[in-house]
Unconditional design. Structure first.
Ligand SMILES: Cc1cc2nc3c(=O)[nH]c(=O)nc-3n(C[C@H](O)[C@H](O)[C@H](O)COP(=O)(O)OP(=O)(O)OC[C@H]3O[C@@H](n4cnc5c(N)ncnc54)[C@H](O)[C@@H]3O)c2cc1C
Ligand code: FES
Ligand code: FES
Length: 1498
């Protein structure tokens, strides 16, 4: 055990001149005793001896082969995929109690786990013995791709564990606690739409706490009741359509009689379950931590024989007999589905939660005495002092030592600014810094200030603020203001460890805490060796951008926060506005304090803003303008608003952008405070609505959760087959695969310029870096193969003499570890000659910069170029330009690949997180110069794809393959989040310049548009995306004369690509925007306009596809209108708006029709499958589809099980690979189930035919095992290759002949959605009050999975149309490169009430049949279609803004002042759209040539 020497490279820092070696060596020798971290991981004692000092906790965890469950999603604390739980003593408690802290392992310093118990997802359960939380999330469909799941499990685990109170011996939990207290605000999920996760978490309330509430006043009771009530009726007849039976939802259904509720059952049983026992042996618990069983275990769930029962090793008389009666014996013709209300109700049983089987705090840690520890190497050294004087000595010896508290700033700097901090000091284990002691009660009553230990974790501080405010009331308003800011400060995992000191010393201009502290007049107490304690007033602390008066050799010790003097008339409040309410940094944040004298005149005032200057700033002009003025007087308000604009006169091009919005917010937040404070002072009548900020309630909603058409296996609500593995962390993604012998890792060299000539590349410095083995670039492969592309091969793998986009790959360094490779890639020197970039569609149009496309849709008079005549027939013509921004896929697993060369024949195995095995194989074979039969491209699962891995995954596989071939060693790569966002392209931004003509009655007569998308620097699939946009431009409306022209813009942004919907959402968005513009122009109700123009059966689309008998949009609109109570709510919204000045609501009901097939890429509409039955009856299934969370493997196994008459668990799919299925189409276009399902059916048909004689001989009920065995003995081939190609489709562009034209799409998946929103007119914040979505999915193969797709797609669409905004710097650098700058919806953005249902009956209540559909099991593809319906939130918001504009006397729609709401409807656009006096006042003058700081490229 030897202590390290200080890094020689660490230079002396001012004000001292000694080197690190001189300064620190004596200290190390005198004070520091160990280089070992002593910790417990999942109950096991672990000593980490002198670890890599560059490692975070996540780096350490993921280096352990058995701990791959914890994921890397972003590395910046913004996604929660890396969440683990620290079990630590609760130092605030006087008893010996423990608490559980969720933390971001990606930021948490490894040194910080000394003396703590780290619990990872593996520690709480496994597939054999899952934790109830893991089991419930899996069973309730809360995991799709699963990459976010371990992190979410761990955040919830902390909630559940903390809910137990050993003093009362009771378990306290409420739905409010789960959902409303910010426990999940640091976790993102891109797949599920969150609802099922919340429902799974709430089962701990509804199941485990039923009737056993902790305390009388515990809100649990009410919440549990709400939760019950929340499952509101979806349709006229109860919660599940016309069924009178229970929908079977956990916790009970509104139709359950008390006797049949599962929870009633649970309480009646008396055996105790051991199911939640931890897999690791716990060490002895202290008595305090003995947790008694609080609920009785319930009966063991009975397995569903359709699902399980394939007991291969057992004699043939197995459970299979029970199901064989339903097995088809002769052919695989689908069982005729009959609608039956008794069928299809899922019954879900849960393991009991038994707290006393949980992992306990290791007794050895109670006794553990933390040592002053120190470890490192020649580059970096870590210190962990345990006493304040040790820290003071260290800072004195070496002032440049970087102090690290929660590391939420420091680690982000390390990761993104590559600051190395050669000497780092972890200070969060120093009791004097981390422990805030509250004064005794009596002292508190008279206290003049609260003294906070500088590194008190923010969640603790939040509690302290709450406690003191409760005690002191208005005197402690400052603490309530601070608590409010902290509630919406970062994510829970960060708040659990981050500190005020960290926030203050960082001196960020958008800090949330600093304005409150400055306004309150707080004083900082710093400490150093020379001066001892130093007082630093906050008002003078910030001197410039990220610069403070803290002496370099000092540490912050305490913060003194003054409380208002007893009897004073003082109000202090704080406000924050961000792009997303949860876990987002502020756009503008503010704190205001005003004290009035006895005459209501301003005696003292402090007005402090963040986000308006390079540092937190007081407002001198405004403050002096208000001193001595009567506070609640309109003249005073006016003076304040005028002075504020002088204090904050931002120019149009201000860094950070949004000048108008930020200025408007400055006024709006003050305006709110002025009212708020007047109400607090009791001065006159104050409009409450100005004061109230937008808030949400606990979410609720129903799935129409049963399936009357359920068959033996198909149609059942089977959980995703990997869900449990995903919940326990056992599901393996590419980067989780075990390290291979001599494996190398790639680090990409990427362009820092958007458009430039490459003058030189010097990679020599990289080769000298530690661990580096080699470098590849374009010269590593023949020139003619440095090219790829899905449709057109126009993109080089490695940049040649020019770079065309920021981030374009120039080369790749490979090294022994990923960190080494990435560090080395950064030192490759590239010299550029910068060229002007084209970024936006407008710039591309001006420069005529297009890719060849040239596809048109012409209908009616357009065919003969007579659109002028068509418009001449119209009574009214409207024109406009509409825009829709792009969207980052933000799958949680970034692109990853692993190439493993074979020693023989040039063969190679290439694992890739790809939706497209065939293209991966094709290009690896091309660059390596081997035939395709030497390349096995494989993928087991992806952590999300959404189209982003359809083509853009290919280069990463290729890079690893080139390096693997060169070195004859395996090479792996996994992109960092920022790299992935730069490289993988996005949804295409679109712009439409449209013209529409209608009759006075609102009948569409002519439509013409030039439609542009921003393709980026290469074509990828941009042309096909444009085609789908044009073919969805009609949405559901008939127009006799149509001329649509598509243009694909060539720009210098990343190459945009496929994204769920593939242009269709953009097309339908334009369609609905046009409908609103027409309605506004005609003064007609938009719903009436829609009805007038809805397609009727027999009519034709602009590409002459006939609307056939499958046309259900009118029915969907009618049924949803009724079930959502649309008409009444629409009237109520109008009424609300007429009565409310500062809040407006909007509601809409929008249809959608989505075409299924690979459109005109006819060759892709095919699929293959390979079914092998082993002689024990087990079935190995391969097909060309890939699993990205959408449940394809599950559905495909269901189809095979159904067709072969065997239980579901007899079917196994290992992965998708080109050695099993040749020429597989990408899994895309929502067609994965259709294509692969039919191919599987074809293979099963062949096998069933061969098994026919054996079924006749052994009986129709004979299990597959018996049949397979008999067939094998009789030498019958039990393997079959299935194939299917989609019939009927084959549209040829330009074919306008109704006789010859073939359909573009096989069928339409249809839907409708109603959303209602509420908008805060002062800030632009909004909440979705309710959404009801109804989809026509045909006969669903698995409704549970389809609901998951519907809800997940809707939320993704909601993000697209509201908060997700991609921005570039003017020089072409992508600005939104991670969860910090790019916001996707989080847990608290989902609709407060969210109901999803499927179309099952006609309007007369007769069951619908989809027998005319020739799709597999008459089902419909569902992955993409519901996404567009997220736009209902946009259109409802548009209605709300419109109501506000009407109130403010402004035009709406295509009015005179040209107002139009483009997508996304960000809070900025919404606020500026209101058009009130504050916006007008704040408007910035744009000087000649001035440009916005950031650019949106639509
Ligand atoms: C995803 C994410 C979201 C965030 N959201 C928000 C937000 O909503 N609002 C907001 O205001 N901030 C936010 N932040 C910023 C950051 O979390 C806060 O500033 C936090 O308070 C930093 O505390 P820390 O203990 O983690 O600091 P650290 O990262 O440990 O340290 C930050 C700086 O403070 C110094 N320091 C720490 N303690 C002391 C001390 N006792 N004496 C002297 N110097 C010290 C360190 O040397 C370092 O320079 C966010 C950060 C992330 C990564
Ligand atoms: S990986 Fe840690 S928060 Fe995203
Ligand atoms: S399941 Fe949450 S990100 Fe995929």
């Amino acid at each position: 055990m030897s202590l390290p020497a200080p890094p020689k490279s660490a230079a002396a820092g001012p004000p001292r001149v000694r080197s690190a070696t001189e300064a620190l060596t004596p200290l190390i020798e005198s004070t520091y005793t160990t280089p070992d971290i002593t910790t417990y991981i999942n109950g096991r004692r672990t000593i980490i001896s002198n670890p890599n000092p560059h490692w975070t906790l996540l780096d350490y965890i993921r280096a352990q082969p058995n701990l791959k469950g914890t994921k890397l999603g972003c590395g910046e604390g913004g996604c929660g995929a890396c969440t683990v739980v620290l079990q630590v003593p609760d130092i605030q408690s006087e008893k010996r109690r423990i608490k559980h802290l969720s933390v971001n392992a990606c930021l948490f310093p490894l040194v910080g786990i000394d003396g703590k118990h780290v619990i990872t997802v593996e520690g709480i359960g496994n597939v054999g013995r899952p934790h109830p939380l893991q089991e419930r999330i899996a069973k309730l469909h809360g995991s799709q791709c699963g990459f976010c799941t371990p992190g979410i499990v761990m955040s919830l685990y902390a909630v559940v564990r903390n809910a137990y109170n050993p003093e009362t011996k009771k378990f306290h939990l409420s739905a409010r606690e789960i959902e409303m207290e910010g426990h999940l605000d640091g976790n993102l999920c891109r797949c599920t739409g969150y609802k099922p996760i919340l429902q799974a978490a709430k089962t701990f309330v509804t199941e485990d706490l039923r009737g056993q509430l902790a305390e009388e006043d515990e809100p649990t009771t009410a919440d549990a009741k709400n939760f019950e009530k929340d499952f509101i009726d979806l349709t006229q007849n109860g919660c599940a359509g016309r069924s009178k039976v229970s929908c079977g939802r956990p916790g009970g259904c509104c139709r359950d009689s008390p006797s049949d509720s599962s929870s009633a059952k649970s309480n009646s049983a008396d055996s105790k379950s051991d199911a939640s026992s931890p897999p690791t042996e716990p060490t002895l618990a202290s008595d305090d931590e003995h947790i008694p069983t609080i609920v009785d275990a319930k009966e063991e769930p009975q397995p569903d024989p359709a699902i399980s029962g394939a007991e291969y090793a057992k004699p043939l008389k197995s459970k299979e007999h029970g199901v064989a009666g339903e097995t088809k014996t002769t052919t695989s013709a689908p069982e005729a589905p009959a609608a039956s209300p008794e069928k299809g109700v899922p019954r879900i049983e849960f393991l009991e939660y038994v707290p006393d089987t949980e992992l306990i705090f290791p007794s050895a840690l109670w006794k553990y005495e933390p040592q002053a520890l120190c470890y490192g190497n020649e580059k970096k050294i870590w210190f962990r002092p345990t006493k304040l004087e040790q820290l003071v000595e260290l800072k004195d010896a070496y002032p440049s030592a970087k102090l690290v508290g929660g590391a939420s700033e420091v680690q982000v700097e390390v990761r993104f600014k590559h600051s190395d901090f050669a000497v780092s000091v972890y200070i969060s284990d120093i009791a004097e810094l981390k422990q805030t002691k509250l004064p005794m009660e009596a002292e508190l009553e008279t206290a003049k200030e609260l003294i906070v230990a500088a590194n008190t974790p923010l969640t603790e501080l939040e509690q302290i603020c709450k406690q003191v405010y409760k005690k002191l009331g208005k005197r402690a308003m400052v603490l309530e203001a601070l608590r409010k800011q902290l509630r919406y400060f970062a994510g829970r995992q960060i708040r659990n460890v981050a500190s005020l000191a960290g926030n203050i010393v960082t001196a960020s201009p958008i800090s949330d805490a600093n304005p409150v502290l400055v306004a309150a007049g707080a004083t900082l107490e710093a400490i150093n060796k020379n001066d001892g304690s130093i007082d630093l007033p906050m008002s003078k602390f910030f001197v410039a951008y990220r610069t403070t008066t803290l002496p370099p050799d000092a540490a912050l010790h305490r913060i003194r926060i003054p409380l208002a003097p007893e009897g004073s008339r003082e109000v202090l409040k704080a406000y924050k506005q961000a792009k997303r309410k949860d876990d987002d940094i502020a756009i503008v944040t503010a704190a205001f304090r005003v004290r009035l004298d006895a005459n209501d005149l301003v005696e003292d005032i402090s007005i402090v803003y963040g986000g308006m200057a390079p540092m937190t700033k007081e407002s001198p002009k405004t403050q002096s303008a208000l001193l001595g003025k009567p506070w609640f007087h309109s003249v005073t308000l006016d003076a304040a608003l005028t002075a504020l604009l002088e204090d904050y006169n931002l120019p149009y091009s201000v860094p950070g952008g949004m000048a108008d919005y930020r200025k408007t917010l400055t006024l709006s937040l003050f305006f709110r405070f002025w009212h708020d404070s007047a109400a607090e002072f009791g001065l006159g009548n104050v409009d409450e609505q100005v004061i109230d900020e937008i808030h949400r309630e606990i979410s609720s909603g129903a799935r129409d959760d049963y399936n009357p058409y359920e068959q033996r296996v198909v149609g059942k609500q089977v959980a995703h087959m990997s869900a449990l593995k995903q919940c326990t962390g056992e599901a393996e993604y590419i980067d989780d695969m075990p390290r291979l012998d001599r494996e190398l890792f790639g680090g990409l060299v990427m362009s820092t310029k958007a458009h430039a000539k490459i003058l030189s590349i010097d990679w020599e410095p990289a080769l000298k870096m530690p661990g580096v083995v080699g470098y590849i670039d374009r010269k590593s492969i023949p020139a003619d193969v440095n090219i790829w592309g899905s449709i057109k091969k126009d993109e080089p793998f490695f940049a040649e003499d020019k770079v065309l986009s920021h981030g374009q790959v120039i080369g790749m360094v490979y090294a022994d570890s990923a960190l080494e490779a990435q560090a080395a890639a950064r030192v490759v020197k590239v010299e550029y000659e910068v060229l002007p970039p084209i970024l936006t569609i407008d710039e591309a149009i001006a420069a005529q910069s297009y890719f060849p496309h040239g596809k048109f849709l012409r209908k009616g008079l357009a065919i003969d170029d007579e659109m002028a005549d068509a418009f001449a027939q119209c009574d009214r013509i409207f024109e406009g330009v509409s825009r829709l921004g792009g969207q980052e896929h933000f799958y949680l697993e970034t692109n990853a690949a692993l190439s493993i060369p074979s020693g023989e024949d040039g063969a190679i195995e290439v694992w890739s997180s790809t939706q497209n095995t065939m293209e991966t194989q094709e290009f690896v074979s091309s660059v390596l110069g081997v035939p395709s039969n030497r390349v096995n491209a494989r993928v087991k699962r992806m952590g999300g794809g959404f189209g982003g891995k359809e083509s853009r995954s290919v280069p990463f596989a290729v890079y690893t393959a080139i390096a693997a071939r060169k070195e004859k060693r395996p090479v792996r790569i996994m992109l960092n989040r920022d790299e992935d966002m730069l490289l993988s392209g996005q949804r295409h931004p679109f712009q439409a310049r449209w013209k529409v003509g209608v009759s006075n009655e609102g009948k569409l007569l002519a439509l013409e548009a030039d439609v542009y998308n921003n393709g980026g620097f290469s074509q990828d699939m941009s042309g096909a995306v444009m085609d789908r946009c044009l073919t969805h431009f009609d949405n559901s409306y008939e127009c006799p004369n149509v001329f649509l022209r598509g243009h694909v813009c060539r720009t210098n942004i990343h190459s945009n690509t496929a994204y769920r919907g593939f242009g269709a959402p953009q097309g339908m968005y334009f369609s609905e925007t046009i409908m609103y513009n027409i309605a506004e122009g005609l003064g007609m109700d938009v719903d009436e306009l829609r009805w007038k123009n809805l397609y009727k059966i027999g009519e034709h689309t602009p590409f002459f596809q006939k609307i056939d008998e499958d046309w259900h949009v009118p029915m969907l609109l009618q049924q949803l209108n009724k079930s959502s109570d649309y008409e009444n709510r629409k009237a109520a919204v109008k009424d609300f708006n007429s009565k409310n000045r500062w809040r407006k609501r909007g509601i809409c009901l929008v249809p959608c029709k989505f075409g299924l097939s690979f459109a005109t890429a006819l060759h892709l509409n095919q699929a293959g499958a390979y079914v092998k039955i082993y002689h024990d009856g087990s079935v190995l299934l391969h097909h060309g589809g890939t699993e990205m969370g959408q449940g394809l493997y599950t559905k495909m196994c269901q189809i095979a099980a159904q067709e072969l008459g065997t239980p579901l668990d007899a079917i196994y799919t290992q992965d998708s690979q080109t050695y099993q299925i040749a020429n597989a189409s990408p899994t895309a276009a929502s067609s994965g189930s259709d294509l692969n399902g039919m191919a599987i059916k074809n293979a099963c048909d062949q096998i069933n035919e061969r098994l026919k004689p054996f079924r006749e001989k052994l009986g129709k009920d004979a299990p597959l095992k018996a049949l397979a065995h008999a067939a094998y003995i009789d030498r019958v081939n039990l393997a079959a290759n299935g194939f299917w190609k989609m019939p009927k489709v084959g549209y040829a562009w330009g074919d306008t002949n109704l006789e010859t034209v073939k359909p573009m799409y096989y069928y339409w998946t249809q839907g409708a959605c109603c959303s209602e929103v509420e908008l805060d007119l002062l800030t632009g914040d909004h909440t979705v009050l309710r959404s009801d979505i109804m989809m026509d999915v045909g006969n669903s193969i698995n409704p549970a999975i389809d609901y998951g797709q519907i809800e997940g797609a809707f939320i993704q669409g909601q993000g697209l149309f509201t908060m997700e905004e991609t921005l570039w710097a003017r020089s072409g650098q992508l600005f939104t490169r991670g969860p910090g700058t790019y916001k996707i919806p989080g847990f608290s953005d989902i609709p407060q009430i969210f109901n999803a249902s499927m179309l099952r009956y006609d309007n007369e209540g007769k069951p619908l049949s989809w027998n005319h559909l020739r799709s597999v099991q008459s089902s419909k593809g569902i992955g993409e279609p519901p996404l567009f319906l997220g736009s209902t939130v946009f259109f409802a918001l548009r209605e709300a803004v419109k109501a506000a504009r009407e109130m403010n006397g402004k035009s709406v729609g295509g009015g005179d002042d040209g107002w139009a709401l483009d997508s996304p409807a960000t809070c900025e656009r919404l606020r500026l759209g209101v058009g009130d006096g504050l916006v007008e006042r704040a408007r910035t003058v744009r000087n000649e040539g001035e440009a916005n700081f950031l650019v949106a490229v639509a």
